[in-house]
Ligand binder design. Sequence first.
Ligand code: HSE
Length: 439
Amino acid sequence: MKPVNIGLLGLGTVGQGVANILIRNANEIKRRTGRDIRVTRAAVRNQEKAEALNLGIDITTDSQSLVTDPDIDIICEAMGGDEPALTLLHTALDNNKHIITANKALIAVHGNSLIDKARDHGVSVAFESSVAGGIPIIKALREGLAANKIEWLAGIINGTGNFILSEMAEKGRSFEDVLAEAQALGYAEADPTFDVEGIDAAHKLTIMASVAFGIPLSFNGVYTEGISKISREDVEFAAELGYCIKHLGVARRREDGVELRVHPTLIPEKRLLANVNGVMNAVVVQGDAVGPTLYYGPGAGSEPTGSSLVADIIDVVRGIDANMLHRVPTLGFQPDSIEPLNILKAADYQAAFYLRLQALDKPGVMATVTGIFGELGISIEAILQKEPDEAAIDPAMCTVPIILLTGSVKEGLIDQAIERVQALETVVEPVTRIRVETL
Ligand code: HSE
């Protein structure tokens, strides 16, 4: 059979992983596909640097010539960012090429139009490598769990954020110190606010939710909170209460719509997810037939991400001679069955909360605070009050941290309670609020 020619956009961390895997495992891959797969050309910014890799690939800086090259069957995008990646992929589709991308921002924000255009041209769009690095979570949701109505999924889907929280918890290191190390190790996004403010996780959650529920990609509906406000004290107090703080992406189907949210979360320390550390990712998926299932693996890195991208190449190659009707639909549901669901507002979410307030150490403060919760009908499951700091100069101004764990409650109600607590003269700092999930 005629070999399949690949054009690579980008030869950075992921691009090199793809090229190395295709070269090293060429025989094994041919046994799976029945065809030779060759990376014939790569478009890069720095020609000299790419040529020095000696991969036997024709290198160009003219990316436009790659996506219009009649000899190329599949374009793999591993350059990242919005533009020129988006325009190049549209041009590739206009030229009837299959496209495969590791670019989660692009799929989460612009995926609907790419998928529509691909269908019109009878070609594929694939993006396994855009979510959770080497974990085949898209395939699991779209194919392995296809019998199920997916009820919810929750995942640690940003390796950098998880690495930061793990190091803070295990070694007491500061946030800034660990972020610098994550950048040096090549885990962090070009703009690290994407990692620490939860945007990267929101991109990945958007993609998983679409494939899980058969809804259009809805990035703008994701509630997003990062980890930059989590202090070492919160990590320690949570541990005293038997919890671990993890940055989770959660997608939950409810009667009245769907919750799409990314935020720091207290989870019981015995849960498997609580023990996912460093740059590893993990996703729990709850299906109505199968129950809970767990997917775990490296969430970033050259060959782990390359492993997912090459798996997409193999899928596309296997389907090249099949017509559209016999291919697995891109989002797992037939295109005319993709239905928007009501994406719920944060005030309508239901969750338990960890609240930390810093209050003056005076008689009656605790009673006033708990009174507010009582009046609003919010149950308190646990309270932790620490000793005052003996070094305080003026004992009348001495403050103590008070930690409350609430029962499950509508977020709008917690907002009211926090507003009233913060208005007390005896509460001296903004209240820290972290959601609790028992999963
Ligand atoms: N910056 C991402 C992470 C890379 O830390 O998970 C993989 O998408």
